[in-house]
Design a protein. Structure first.
Length: 646
Protein backbone atom coordinates (compact mmCIF):
# COMPACT_ATOMS: atom_id res chain seq x y z
CA UNK A 1 0.00 0.00 0.00
CA UNK A 2 1.27 3.43 -0.93
CA UNK A 3 1.48 5.82 2.02
CA UNK A 4 2.31 9.48 2.22
CA UNK A 5 4.99 10.72 4.59
CA UNK A 6 5.11 14.43 5.46
CA UNK A 7 7.69 16.49 7.32
CA UNK A 8 5.75 19.40 8.93
CA UNK A 9 7.30 22.42 10.63
CA UNK A 10 6.06 25.72 12.09
CA UNK A 11 6.81 27.91 15.12
CA UNK A 12 5.35 25.37 17.58
CA UNK A 13 6.33 21.96 16.20
CA UNK A 14 8.60 19.97 13.97
CA UNK A 15 7.57 16.38 13.25
CA UNK A 16 7.16 13.68 10.63
CA UNK A 17 3.65 12.40 9.88
CA UNK A 18 2.69 9.28 7.96
CA UNK A 19 -0.73 8.66 6.32
CA UNK A 20 -2.33 5.68 4.62
CA UNK A 21 -5.65 7.47 4.05
CA UNK A 22 -7.06 8.26 0.64
CA UNK A 23 -7.78 11.87 1.69
CA UNK A 24 -5.84 14.10 4.12
CA UNK A 25 -7.22 17.52 5.15
CA UNK A 26 -5.37 20.61 6.41
CA UNK A 27 -7.11 23.43 8.30
CA UNK A 28 -7.71 25.36 11.49
CA UNK A 29 -10.71 23.27 12.63
CA UNK A 30 -9.97 20.52 15.12
CA UNK A 31 -11.37 17.75 12.90
CA UNK A 32 -8.69 18.10 10.21
CA UNK A 33 -5.98 15.45 9.81
CA UNK A 34 -3.35 18.19 10.14
CA UNK A 35 -4.53 20.99 12.47
CA UNK A 36 -2.85 24.35 11.77
CA UNK A 37 -3.27 26.87 14.65
CA UNK A 38 -2.99 29.94 12.45
CA UNK A 39 -5.58 32.72 11.95
CA UNK A 40 -4.49 33.00 8.27
CA UNK A 41 -5.61 29.39 7.66
CA UNK A 42 -9.25 28.54 6.83
CA UNK A 43 -11.28 26.05 8.88
CA UNK A 44 -10.74 23.43 6.13
CA UNK A 45 -8.02 24.96 3.99
CA UNK A 46 -6.87 22.29 1.50
CA UNK A 47 -6.85 18.54 0.92
CA UNK A 48 -4.25 15.97 -0.17
CA UNK A 49 -6.01 13.19 -2.09
CA UNK A 50 -4.94 10.05 -3.95
CA UNK A 51 -4.76 10.57 -7.70
CA UNK A 52 -3.84 7.51 -9.70
CA UNK A 53 -0.51 6.25 -8.45
CA UNK A 54 0.27 9.45 -6.54
CA UNK A 55 -1.26 12.40 -4.68
CA UNK A 56 -2.38 15.88 -5.58
CA UNK A 57 -3.04 19.01 -3.49
CA UNK A 58 -6.39 20.85 -3.92
CA UNK A 59 -7.07 24.29 -2.41
CA UNK A 60 -10.64 24.40 -1.01
CA UNK A 61 -11.29 28.07 -1.80
CA UNK A 62 -9.18 29.44 1.05
CA UNK A 63 -8.76 33.19 1.34
CA UNK A 64 -4.98 33.20 1.71
CA UNK A 65 -4.16 30.35 -0.71
CA UNK A 66 -2.11 27.16 -0.82
CA UNK A 67 1.50 27.28 -2.10
CA UNK A 68 3.58 24.54 -3.82
CA UNK A 69 7.29 25.28 -4.24
CA UNK A 70 6.56 28.99 -3.65
CA UNK A 71 3.68 29.26 -6.18
CA UNK A 72 0.03 29.71 -5.21
CA UNK A 73 -1.95 26.91 -6.86
CA UNK A 74 -5.62 25.90 -6.99
CA UNK A 75 -4.50 22.27 -7.51
CA UNK A 76 -1.23 20.51 -8.32
CA UNK A 77 0.15 16.99 -8.58
CA UNK A 78 2.77 16.23 -5.94
CA UNK A 79 5.98 14.29 -5.97
CA UNK A 80 8.60 13.50 -3.40
CA UNK A 81 10.60 16.56 -2.42
CA UNK A 82 7.87 19.12 -3.14
CA UNK A 83 7.54 21.93 -0.60
CA UNK A 84 4.05 23.00 0.54
CA UNK A 85 3.07 26.05 2.59
CA UNK A 86 -0.27 26.42 4.39
CA UNK A 87 -0.21 29.65 6.43
CA UNK A 88 2.94 29.48 8.55
CA UNK A 89 3.08 25.67 8.27
CA UNK A 90 5.82 24.31 5.98
CA UNK A 91 5.40 20.76 4.63
CA UNK A 92 7.90 18.58 2.75
CA UNK A 93 6.43 15.62 0.80
CA UNK A 94 8.12 12.17 0.93
CA UNK A 95 6.52 9.14 -0.82
CA UNK A 96 7.38 5.71 0.68
CA UNK A 97 6.03 2.17 0.42
CA UNK A 98 4.95 0.55 3.70
CA UNK A 99 2.66 -2.26 4.64
CA UNK A 100 0.14 -0.17 6.61
CA UNK A 101 -2.90 -0.94 8.70
CA UNK A 102 -5.83 1.02 10.08
CA UNK A 103 -4.03 1.80 13.33
CA UNK A 104 -1.79 4.30 11.54
CA UNK A 105 -4.77 6.52 10.72
CA UNK A 106 -6.11 6.21 14.25
CA UNK A 107 -2.76 7.15 15.75
CA UNK A 108 -2.64 10.16 13.50
CA UNK A 109 -6.15 11.09 14.58
CA UNK A 110 -5.16 10.72 18.25
CA UNK A 111 -2.23 13.07 17.68
CA UNK A 112 -4.52 15.67 16.09
CA UNK A 113 -6.97 15.23 18.96
CA UNK A 114 -4.24 15.87 21.53
CA UNK A 115 -3.12 19.00 19.66
CA UNK A 116 -6.70 20.23 19.68
CA UNK A 117 -7.05 19.39 23.39
CA UNK A 118 -4.10 21.68 24.21
CA UNK A 119 -5.92 24.51 22.44
CA UNK A 120 -9.16 23.74 24.31
CA UNK A 121 -7.39 23.85 27.67
CA UNK A 122 -5.88 27.21 26.80
CA UNK A 123 -9.31 28.53 25.84
CA UNK A 124 -10.85 27.18 29.05
CA UNK A 125 -8.47 29.35 31.06
CA UNK A 126 -9.42 32.48 29.10
CA UNK A 127 -13.13 31.98 28.33
CA UNK A 128 -15.59 32.96 31.07
CA UNK A 129 -18.77 32.46 29.05
CA UNK A 130 -19.99 28.90 28.79
CA UNK A 131 -21.93 28.92 25.51
CA UNK A 132 -19.19 30.13 23.11
CA UNK A 133 -16.76 27.56 24.49
CA UNK A 134 -19.21 24.64 24.40
CA UNK A 135 -20.18 25.44 20.81
CA UNK A 136 -16.54 25.46 19.79
CA UNK A 137 -15.68 22.12 21.37
CA UNK A 138 -18.87 20.53 20.06
CA UNK A 139 -17.70 21.46 16.55
CA UNK A 140 -14.53 19.49 17.22
CA UNK A 141 -16.49 16.54 18.60
CA UNK A 142 -18.57 16.35 15.41
CA UNK A 143 -15.44 16.47 13.25
CA UNK A 144 -13.59 13.85 15.26
CA UNK A 145 -16.42 11.38 15.58
CA UNK A 146 -18.34 11.77 12.29
CA UNK A 147 -21.42 12.49 14.42
CA UNK A 148 -24.47 14.00 12.78
CA UNK A 149 -25.38 15.95 15.92
CA UNK A 150 -23.84 16.70 19.31
CA UNK A 151 -25.47 17.98 22.52
CA UNK A 152 -24.44 19.04 26.01
CA UNK A 153 -27.38 18.21 28.30
CA UNK A 154 -27.22 19.45 31.90
CA UNK A 155 -29.15 18.33 34.95
CA UNK A 156 -31.78 20.92 35.92
CA UNK A 157 -32.52 21.91 39.52
CA UNK A 158 -35.97 20.31 39.31
CA UNK A 159 -34.41 16.96 38.42
CA UNK A 160 -35.10 17.23 34.70
CA UNK A 161 -32.74 17.83 31.80
CA UNK A 162 -31.99 20.95 29.81
CA UNK A 163 -30.00 21.33 26.61
CA UNK A 164 -27.27 23.94 27.01
CA UNK A 165 -25.49 23.64 23.65
CA UNK A 166 -26.00 21.83 20.35
CA UNK A 167 -24.20 21.52 17.02
CA UNK A 168 -24.80 19.66 13.76
CA UNK A 169 -22.37 18.46 11.10
CA UNK A 170 -22.71 21.82 9.28
CA UNK A 171 -21.37 23.70 12.31
CA UNK A 172 -24.74 25.30 13.15
CA UNK A 173 -26.72 25.27 16.37
CA UNK A 174 -29.64 22.83 16.24
CA UNK A 175 -32.99 24.63 16.06
CA UNK A 176 -35.31 24.22 19.02
CA UNK A 177 -37.72 22.19 16.91
CA UNK A 178 -34.93 19.72 16.07
CA UNK A 179 -33.55 19.38 19.61
CA UNK A 180 -34.65 15.85 20.29
CA UNK A 181 -32.39 13.51 22.18
CA UNK A 182 -33.26 10.26 23.79
CA UNK A 183 -33.96 11.35 27.34
CA UNK A 184 -34.02 7.71 28.38
CA UNK A 185 -30.36 7.35 27.37
CA UNK A 186 -29.42 10.69 28.99
CA UNK A 187 -31.20 9.73 32.23
CA UNK A 188 -29.52 6.34 32.20
CA UNK A 189 -26.03 7.83 31.94
CA UNK A 190 -26.82 10.56 34.48
CA UNK A 191 -28.11 7.95 36.93
CA UNK A 192 -25.35 5.38 36.59
CA UNK A 193 -22.48 7.74 35.85
CA UNK A 194 -21.24 5.32 33.17
CA UNK A 195 -20.87 5.86 29.40
CA UNK A 196 -23.45 4.31 27.08
CA UNK A 197 -22.47 3.19 23.57
CA UNK A 198 -24.59 1.59 20.87
CA UNK A 199 -23.59 0.64 17.32
CA UNK A 200 -27.24 0.47 16.20
CA UNK A 201 -29.72 1.68 18.81
CA UNK A 202 -32.77 0.60 16.79
CA UNK A 203 -31.68 -3.03 16.97
CA UNK A 204 -30.13 -2.87 20.45
CA UNK A 205 -31.94 -5.18 22.89
CA UNK A 206 -31.37 -2.69 25.72
CA UNK A 207 -33.58 -0.12 24.05
CA UNK A 208 -36.28 -2.30 22.52
CA UNK A 209 -38.88 -0.88 24.92
CA UNK A 210 -37.73 2.72 24.55
CA UNK A 211 -40.21 4.35 22.19
CA UNK A 212 -38.21 7.61 21.80
CA UNK A 213 -35.34 5.76 20.10
CA UNK A 214 -37.74 4.29 17.56
CA UNK A 215 -39.44 7.67 17.02
CA UNK A 216 -36.14 9.48 16.56
CA UNK A 217 -34.79 6.84 14.18
CA UNK A 218 -31.51 6.63 16.06
CA UNK A 219 -28.74 4.34 14.87
CA UNK A 220 -25.25 5.25 16.18
CA UNK A 221 -25.45 6.66 19.74
CA UNK A 222 -22.72 7.62 22.23
CA UNK A 223 -23.37 9.31 25.58
CA UNK A 224 -20.86 9.99 28.39
CA UNK A 225 -21.24 11.71 31.79
CA UNK A 226 -19.97 15.20 32.62
CA UNK A 227 -18.43 14.80 36.07
CA UNK A 228 -16.83 17.47 38.25
CA UNK A 229 -15.40 16.46 41.64
CA UNK A 230 -17.70 13.42 41.89
CA UNK A 231 -20.75 15.55 41.01
CA UNK A 232 -22.67 14.57 37.86
CA UNK A 233 -23.48 17.84 36.07
CA UNK A 234 -24.94 16.38 32.87
CA UNK A 235 -24.01 14.38 29.78
CA UNK A 236 -22.41 14.79 26.36
CA UNK A 237 -24.59 13.10 23.75
CA UNK A 238 -23.75 12.45 20.07
CA UNK A 239 -25.68 10.47 17.50
CA UNK A 240 -26.01 9.65 13.81
CA UNK A 241 -29.49 8.86 12.57
CA UNK A 242 -28.30 7.79 9.11
CA UNK A 243 -25.54 5.23 9.68
CA UNK A 244 -24.89 2.40 12.09
CA UNK A 245 -21.45 1.70 13.55
CA UNK A 246 -20.18 5.24 13.04
CA UNK A 247 -18.55 5.51 16.49
CA UNK A 248 -15.59 3.49 17.73
CA UNK A 249 -14.29 2.72 21.21
CA UNK A 250 -11.61 5.34 20.61
CA UNK A 251 -14.37 7.89 19.88
CA UNK A 252 -15.80 7.03 23.29
CA UNK A 253 -12.42 7.54 24.94
CA UNK A 254 -11.96 10.91 23.23
CA UNK A 255 -15.49 11.97 24.18
CA UNK A 256 -14.78 11.16 27.83
CA UNK A 257 -11.70 13.40 27.69
CA UNK A 258 -13.80 16.16 26.19
CA UNK A 259 -16.47 15.65 28.88
CA UNK A 260 -13.81 16.28 31.54
CA UNK A 261 -12.97 19.61 29.86
CA UNK A 262 -16.66 20.46 29.54
CA UNK A 263 -17.08 19.77 33.27
CA UNK A 264 -14.43 22.36 34.09
CA UNK A 265 -16.07 24.87 31.76
CA UNK A 266 -19.54 24.27 33.22
CA UNK A 267 -18.32 24.47 36.84
CA UNK A 268 -16.28 27.64 36.19
CA UNK A 269 -19.10 29.31 34.29
CA UNK A 270 -21.59 28.50 37.05
CA UNK A 271 -19.19 29.79 39.71
CA UNK A 272 -18.60 33.01 37.80
CA UNK A 273 -22.35 33.46 37.31
CA UNK A 274 -22.92 32.93 41.03
CA UNK A 275 -20.26 35.53 41.81
CA UNK A 276 -21.80 37.98 39.34
CA UNK A 277 -25.26 37.37 40.80
CA UNK A 278 -23.90 37.81 44.33
CA UNK A 279 -22.12 41.04 43.37
CA UNK A 280 -25.27 42.36 41.71
CA UNK A 281 -27.32 41.45 44.78
CA UNK A 282 -24.71 43.12 47.00
CA UNK A 283 -24.70 46.24 44.81
CA UNK A 284 -28.50 46.35 44.94
CA UNK A 285 -28.43 45.98 48.73
CA UNK A 286 -25.81 48.72 49.01
CA UNK A 287 -27.85 51.03 46.79
CA UNK A 288 -30.96 50.33 48.88
CA UNK A 289 -28.98 50.95 52.07
CA UNK A 290 -27.61 54.21 50.65
CA UNK A 291 -31.14 55.35 49.84
CA UNK A 292 -32.23 54.49 53.38
CA UNK A 293 -29.21 56.32 54.81
CA UNK A 294 -29.90 59.30 52.58
CA UNK A 295 -33.51 59.40 53.77
CA UNK A 296 -32.32 59.07 57.36
CA UNK A 297 -29.77 61.87 56.92
CA UNK A 298 -32.43 64.05 55.35
CA UNK A 299 -34.79 63.36 58.25
CA UNK A 300 -32.08 64.08 60.81
CA UNK A 301 -31.08 67.23 58.94
CA UNK A 302 -34.72 68.36 58.86
CA UNK A 303 -34.95 67.89 62.59
CA UNK A 304 -31.63 69.66 63.15
CA UNK A 305 -32.75 72.61 61.02
CA UNK A 306 -36.05 72.79 62.89
CA UNK A 307 -34.31 72.54 66.25
CA UNK A 308 -31.76 75.18 65.25
CA UNK A 309 -34.57 77.52 64.24
CA UNK A 310 -36.42 76.88 67.50
CA UNK A 311 -33.23 77.30 69.54
CA UNK A 312 -32.47 80.52 67.68
CA UNK A 313 -35.86 81.97 68.48
CA UNK A 314 -35.83 80.75 72.08
CA UNK A 315 -32.35 82.20 72.52
CA UNK A 316 -33.44 85.54 71.12
CA UNK A 317 -32.06 85.19 67.61
CA UNK A 318 -35.30 86.31 65.97
CA UNK A 319 -34.60 89.46 63.97
CA UNK A 320 -37.71 91.27 65.24
CA UNK A 321 -37.27 90.36 68.91
CA UNK A 322 -33.58 90.57 69.87
CA UNK A 323 -32.99 89.41 73.43
CA UNK A 324 -29.18 89.18 73.58
CA UNK A 325 -27.14 92.38 73.71
CA UNK A 326 -24.83 91.03 71.00
CA UNK A 327 -27.81 89.97 68.87
CA UNK A 328 -28.89 93.59 68.99
CA UNK A 329 -25.67 94.68 67.28
CA UNK A 330 -25.78 91.90 64.69
CA UNK A 331 -23.24 89.45 66.20
CA UNK A 332 -24.76 85.98 66.05
CA UNK A 333 -23.35 82.88 67.69
CA UNK A 334 -24.04 80.20 70.27
CA UNK A 335 -20.96 78.05 69.69
CA UNK A 336 -18.27 77.65 72.37
CA UNK A 337 -15.84 79.68 70.23
CA UNK A 338 -18.24 82.65 70.07
CA UNK A 339 -19.14 82.27 73.73
CA UNK A 340 -15.46 82.89 74.56
CA UNK A 341 -15.48 85.99 72.31
CA UNK A 342 -18.56 87.33 74.08
CA UNK A 343 -16.95 86.76 77.48
CA UNK A 344 -13.94 88.78 76.34
CA UNK A 345 -16.12 91.56 74.92
CA UNK A 346 -18.00 91.78 78.22
CA UNK A 347 -14.68 92.69 79.85
CA UNK A 348 -13.34 95.15 77.26
CA UNK A 349 -16.53 97.02 76.33
CA UNK A 350 -16.69 99.25 79.40
CA UNK A 351 -12.97 100.05 79.33
CA UNK A 352 -11.31 102.99 77.58
CA UNK A 353 -8.12 101.09 76.72
CA UNK A 354 -7.19 100.31 73.09
CA UNK A 355 -8.54 97.07 71.63
CA UNK A 356 -6.83 95.04 68.89
CA UNK A 357 -9.20 92.71 66.95
CA UNK A 358 -7.50 89.96 64.96
CA UNK A 359 -9.10 87.43 62.63
CA UNK A 360 -9.34 86.25 59.05
CA UNK A 361 -11.03 88.35 56.38
CA UNK A 362 -14.79 88.15 56.64
CA UNK A 363 -14.98 87.19 60.33
CA UNK A 364 -16.72 90.47 61.26
CA UNK A 365 -13.96 92.59 62.79
CA UNK A 366 -15.67 95.90 62.00
CA UNK A 367 -18.97 94.54 63.36
CA UNK A 368 -17.23 93.73 66.65
CA UNK A 369 -15.60 97.17 66.73
CA UNK A 370 -19.02 98.82 66.34
CA UNK A 371 -20.40 96.56 69.07
CA UNK A 372 -17.62 97.65 71.46
CA UNK A 373 -18.57 101.26 70.79
CA UNK A 374 -22.36 100.85 70.90
CA UNK A 375 -22.34 98.78 74.09
CA UNK A 376 -19.69 100.90 75.86
CA UNK A 377 -19.77 104.21 77.72
CA UNK A 378 -19.01 106.20 74.54
CA UNK A 379 -22.14 104.95 72.71
CA UNK A 380 -23.61 108.46 72.45
CA UNK A 381 -20.44 109.85 70.86
CA UNK A 382 -19.12 109.45 67.26
CA UNK A 383 -17.88 106.15 65.83
CA UNK A 384 -15.38 106.93 63.06
CA UNK A 385 -13.67 104.26 60.93
CA UNK A 386 -10.97 104.14 58.29
CA UNK A 387 -9.41 101.31 56.28
CA UNK A 388 -5.66 101.93 56.37
CA UNK A 389 -5.16 99.95 53.16
CA UNK A 390 -7.62 102.06 51.19
CA UNK A 391 -5.49 105.22 50.85
CA UNK A 392 -1.87 106.04 50.00
CA UNK A 393 0.34 107.27 52.84
CA UNK A 394 0.00 111.04 52.22
CA UNK A 395 -3.77 110.92 51.84
CA UNK A 396 -4.18 108.61 54.84
CA UNK A 397 -2.23 111.00 57.07
CA UNK A 398 -4.35 114.00 56.12
CA UNK A 399 -7.51 111.81 56.36
CA UNK A 400 -6.60 110.88 59.94
CA UNK A 401 -5.09 114.07 61.28
CA UNK A 402 -6.60 116.71 59.02
CA UNK A 403 -4.79 119.44 57.10
CA UNK A 404 -4.31 123.20 57.13
CA UNK A 405 -5.28 125.30 54.14
CA UNK A 406 -2.33 125.45 51.70
CA UNK A 407 -0.50 122.55 53.35
CA UNK A 408 -0.22 120.81 49.99
CA UNK A 409 -1.45 121.16 46.45
CA UNK A 410 -5.21 120.98 46.43
CA UNK A 411 -5.60 121.87 50.14
CA UNK A 412 -7.91 124.82 49.48
CA UNK A 413 -9.38 124.82 52.99
CA UNK A 414 -8.59 123.65 56.49
CA UNK A 415 -10.02 120.17 56.97
CA UNK A 416 -10.69 118.28 60.20
CA UNK A 417 -9.32 114.78 60.33
CA UNK A 418 -11.00 111.61 61.55
CA UNK A 419 -9.12 111.69 64.84
CA UNK A 420 -10.56 115.08 65.67
CA UNK A 421 -14.04 114.09 64.52
CA UNK A 422 -13.90 111.03 66.81
CA UNK A 423 -13.33 113.27 69.90
CA UNK A 424 -14.97 111.65 72.97
CA UNK A 425 -15.92 108.68 70.76
CA UNK A 426 -14.20 105.71 69.08
CA UNK A 427 -11.77 105.62 66.17
CA UNK A 428 -11.67 102.28 64.34
CA UNK A 429 -8.56 101.62 62.25
CA UNK A 430 -9.05 98.59 59.99
CA UNK A 431 -6.07 96.79 58.39
CA UNK A 432 -3.74 98.74 60.65
CA UNK A 433 -0.86 96.55 59.45
CA UNK A 434 -0.92 98.45 56.12
CA UNK A 435 0.26 101.73 57.71
CA UNK A 436 3.58 102.99 56.40
CA UNK A 437 6.52 103.23 58.87
CA UNK A 438 6.33 107.05 58.91
CA UNK A 439 2.62 107.06 59.69
CA UNK A 440 3.17 104.38 62.35
CA UNK A 441 5.54 106.81 64.10
CA UNK A 442 2.98 109.63 64.03
CA UNK A 443 0.23 107.30 65.29
CA UNK A 444 2.52 106.16 68.16
CA UNK A 445 3.17 109.80 69.16
CA UNK A 446 -0.56 110.51 69.14
CA UNK A 447 -1.28 107.49 71.36
CA UNK A 448 1.47 108.46 73.81
CA UNK A 449 0.59 112.16 74.11
CA UNK A 450 -3.11 112.22 73.32
CA UNK A 451 -2.57 115.07 70.86
CA UNK A 452 -1.63 115.54 67.21
CA UNK A 453 -0.77 118.23 64.65
CA UNK A 454 -2.70 118.48 61.37
CA UNK A 455 -0.70 118.25 58.15
CA UNK A 456 0.86 121.69 57.66
CA UNK A 457 -0.11 122.79 61.19
CA UNK A 458 2.08 123.86 64.12
CA UNK A 459 -0.34 123.91 67.02
CA UNK A 460 -1.17 120.59 68.71
CA UNK A 461 -4.78 119.53 69.10
CA UNK A 462 -5.69 117.50 72.17
CA UNK A 463 -8.48 114.90 71.84
CA UNK A 464 -10.04 112.12 73.88
CA UNK A 465 -10.38 109.12 71.55
CA UNK A 466 -10.60 105.38 72.20
CA UNK A 467 -8.65 103.43 69.58
CA UNK A 468 -10.01 100.11 68.27
CA UNK A 469 -7.80 98.59 65.58
CA UNK A 470 -8.09 95.43 63.47
CA UNK A 471 -5.82 93.29 61.33
CA UNK A 472 -6.16 90.09 59.32
CA UNK A 473 -2.40 89.62 59.65
CA UNK A 474 -0.41 88.50 62.67
CA UNK A 475 1.04 91.79 63.96
CA UNK A 476 3.33 89.95 66.34
CA UNK A 477 4.83 88.11 63.38
CA UNK A 478 5.20 91.40 61.47
CA UNK A 479 7.01 92.88 64.47
CA UNK A 480 9.46 89.96 64.48
CA UNK A 481 10.07 90.61 60.77
CA UNK A 482 10.61 94.36 61.43
CA UNK A 483 7.60 95.22 59.29
CA UNK A 484 5.62 96.80 62.14
CA UNK A 485 6.78 98.95 65.06
CA UNK A 486 7.01 96.97 68.26
CA UNK A 487 6.20 99.97 70.49
CA UNK A 488 3.09 100.75 68.43
CA UNK A 489 2.02 97.10 68.59
CA UNK A 490 2.10 97.16 72.41
CA UNK A 491 0.14 100.45 72.43
CA UNK A 492 -2.59 98.90 70.24
CA UNK A 493 -2.61 95.39 71.76
CA UNK A 494 -3.70 96.33 75.25
CA UNK A 495 -6.94 94.34 75.04
CA UNK A 496 -6.70 91.65 72.32
CA UNK A 497 -9.82 90.01 70.85
CA UNK A 498 -9.34 87.02 68.53
CA UNK A 499 -12.30 86.20 66.23
CA UNK A 500 -12.62 82.51 65.24
CA UNK A 501 -13.04 81.52 61.57
CA UNK A 502 -16.48 80.27 60.56
CA UNK A 503 -15.19 76.73 59.92
CA UNK A 504 -14.41 76.41 63.66
CA UNK A 505 -17.97 77.30 64.66
CA UNK A 506 -20.12 75.36 62.21
CA UNK A 507 -22.87 75.08 64.83
CA UNK A 508 -23.59 78.78 64.28
CA UNK A 509 -24.26 78.33 60.56
CA UNK A 510 -28.04 77.58 60.87
CA UNK A 511 -28.46 80.74 62.97
CA UNK A 512 -26.45 82.87 60.55
CA UNK A 513 -28.27 81.32 57.61
CA UNK A 514 -31.67 82.22 59.02
CA UNK A 515 -30.57 85.79 59.78
CA UNK A 516 -29.01 86.38 56.35
CA UNK A 517 -32.00 84.86 54.52
CA UNK A 518 -34.37 87.15 56.43
CA UNK A 519 -32.16 90.13 55.63
CA UNK A 520 -31.89 89.23 51.92
CA UNK A 521 -35.61 88.63 51.35
CA UNK A 522 -36.41 91.86 53.19
CA UNK A 523 -34.09 93.79 50.87
CA UNK A 524 -35.66 92.17 47.78
CA UNK A 525 -39.26 92.37 48.97
CA UNK A 526 -39.74 88.60 48.87
CA UNK A 527 -41.64 86.33 51.30
CA UNK A 528 -39.59 84.22 53.71
CA UNK A 529 -38.69 80.96 51.91
CA UNK A 530 -38.24 77.47 53.33
CA UNK A 531 -34.64 76.24 53.55
CA UNK A 532 -34.07 72.72 52.19
CA UNK A 533 -32.09 70.46 54.58
CA UNK A 534 -29.52 69.80 51.82
CA UNK A 535 -28.59 73.50 51.89
CA UNK A 536 -27.85 73.36 55.62
CA UNK A 537 -25.78 70.18 55.09
CA UNK A 538 -23.77 71.77 52.28
CA UNK A 539 -23.18 74.96 54.30
CA UNK A 540 -21.90 72.94 57.27
CA UNK A 541 -19.61 70.86 55.07
CA UNK A 542 -18.02 73.81 53.21
CA UNK A 543 -14.90 75.35 54.93
CA UNK A 544 -15.88 79.02 54.20
CA UNK A 545 -12.45 80.51 53.51
CA UNK A 546 -14.20 83.90 53.16
CA UNK A 547 -15.96 83.33 56.50
CA UNK A 548 -19.20 85.14 57.40
CA UNK A 549 -18.88 87.61 54.52
CA UNK A 550 -18.69 84.75 52.02
CA UNK A 551 -21.64 83.03 53.70
CA UNK A 552 -23.81 86.14 53.43
CA UNK A 553 -22.87 86.62 49.76
CA UNK A 554 -23.79 83.00 49.02
CA UNK A 555 -27.13 83.46 50.81
CA UNK A 556 -27.88 86.58 48.75
CA UNK A 557 -27.13 84.64 45.58
CA UNK A 558 -29.32 81.73 46.70
CA UNK A 559 -32.26 83.96 47.62
CA UNK A 560 -32.03 85.69 44.23
CA UNK A 561 -32.00 82.41 42.26
CA UNK A 562 -34.67 80.52 44.25
CA UNK A 563 -38.36 81.08 44.91
CA UNK A 564 -40.31 79.68 47.84
CA UNK A 565 -37.71 76.99 48.68
CA UNK A 566 -33.93 77.45 48.87
CA UNK A 567 -32.57 74.32 47.17
CA UNK A 568 -29.03 72.95 47.02
CA UNK A 569 -29.05 72.75 43.21
CA UNK A 570 -28.73 76.54 43.11
CA UNK A 571 -25.63 76.69 45.30
CA UNK A 572 -22.27 77.57 43.81
CA UNK A 573 -20.53 74.43 42.57
CA UNK A 574 -17.60 74.68 45.00
CA UNK A 575 -19.95 75.19 47.96
CA UNK A 576 -22.08 72.21 46.95
CA UNK A 577 -18.96 70.04 46.59
CA UNK A 578 -17.52 71.24 49.90
CA UNK A 579 -14.27 72.59 48.46
CA UNK A 580 -12.63 75.93 47.66
CA UNK A 581 -13.44 77.27 44.21
CA UNK A 582 -11.24 75.92 41.39
CA UNK A 583 -10.18 79.42 40.34
CA UNK A 584 -9.15 80.21 43.92
CA UNK A 585 -6.96 77.17 44.40
CA UNK A 586 -4.03 78.44 42.32
CA UNK A 587 -2.83 81.06 44.79
CA UNK A 588 -5.06 80.62 47.82
CA UNK A 589 -3.79 77.24 49.05
CA UNK A 590 -0.85 77.12 51.46
CA UNK A 591 0.87 74.27 53.27
CA UNK A 592 -0.29 73.34 56.74
CA UNK A 593 3.16 74.32 58.03
CA UNK A 594 2.96 77.85 56.60
CA UNK A 595 3.10 80.75 59.04
CA UNK A 596 0.11 82.97 59.75
CA UNK A 597 1.34 85.73 57.45
CA UNK A 598 1.34 83.33 54.49
CA UNK A 599 -2.11 82.07 55.44
CA UNK A 600 -3.55 85.57 55.70
CA UNK A 601 -1.94 86.50 52.37
CA UNK A 602 -3.50 83.44 50.76
CA UNK A 603 -6.94 84.40 52.06
CA UNK A 604 -6.49 87.99 50.85
CA UNK A 605 -5.47 86.75 47.39
CA UNK A 606 -8.47 84.45 47.24
CA UNK A 607 -10.92 87.22 48.20
CA UNK A 608 -9.46 89.55 45.57
CA UNK A 609 -9.63 86.84 42.90
CA UNK A 610 -13.22 86.02 43.81
CA UNK A 611 -14.29 89.67 43.74
CA UNK A 612 -12.62 90.25 40.35
CA UNK A 613 -14.27 87.13 38.99
CA UNK A 614 -17.71 88.11 40.32
CA UNK A 615 -17.34 91.59 38.82
CA UNK A 616 -16.02 90.44 35.45
CA UNK A 617 -12.63 92.04 36.01
CA UNK A 618 -14.11 95.48 36.80
CA UNK A 619 -11.76 96.86 39.49
CA UNK A 620 -14.07 99.62 40.71
CA UNK A 621 -16.92 97.19 41.36
CA UNK A 622 -14.54 94.66 42.87
CA UNK A 623 -13.10 97.28 45.23
CA UNK A 624 -16.64 98.21 46.33
CA UNK A 625 -17.47 94.56 46.98
CA UNK A 626 -14.28 94.18 49.02
CA UNK A 627 -14.95 97.38 50.98
CA UNK A 628 -11.71 99.12 49.91
CA UNK A 629 -10.81 101.86 47.46
CA UNK A 630 -9.84 101.19 43.87
CA UNK A 631 -6.37 102.57 44.69
CA UNK A 632 -5.96 100.07 47.55
CA UNK A 633 -7.11 97.25 45.28
CA UNK A 634 -4.51 98.19 42.66
CA UNK A 635 -1.80 98.19 45.35
CA UNK A 636 -2.76 94.69 46.44
CA UNK A 637 -2.96 93.40 42.86
CA UNK A 638 0.55 94.74 42.29
CA UNK A 639 1.76 93.41 45.65
CA UNK A 640 0.64 89.83 44.94
CA UNK A 641 1.44 89.87 41.22
CA UNK A 642 -2.16 89.15 40.21
CA UNK A 643 -3.60 89.51 36.73
CA UNK A 644 -7.01 91.16 36.89
CA UNK A 645 -7.85 89.96 33.37
CA UNK A 646 -7.53 86.24 34.19
Amino acid sequence: MTSLQLDVEDEDRRERLAFTKERITFGRAAGNDVVVNDAQVSRTHCVLERSGDGFRIVDLGSQNGTFVNGDRVPAARLKAGDQLRVGRLRVKVVEVDVSGDEDVAELQKDRSFLNWLVTVNRDLAAEHELMPLLNRVLDAVVNFSRAERAFVVLAAKDGGLECEASRNFKGDSVHDAEVAVSRSIAHEVLTTGKPLFSINAREDERFRAVQSIVNLGLRSVLCVPIRFREELLGVVYIDNRLEAGVFSTRDAERLLVFADQAAIAVANARLIKELIDSNEALATARARLELLNRDLRRTVSDREAELASVRARLAGDDIDEPKSKYDSVGIIGRSPAMTRVFEMLDRVTDSNFPVLIEGESGTGKELVARAIHRLGPRRSEPFVSENCAALPETLLESELFGSIKGAFTGASATRRGLVERAHRGTLFLDEVSEMSPALQAKMLRFLQEGEFRPVGGTDPIKVDVRIVSASNKDLRQLVSESKFREDLFYRLNVLPVRLPPLRSRADDIPLLLERFVARAVSAQGKPMPRIAPEVVEAFKRYPWPGNVRELENEVRRLVTLCDDVLVADRLSAHVLEGRAGANDAKLAVVDDDADLTARVAAIEVREIQKALKDCGGNKSRAATQLGISRFALNRKIEKYGLDATE
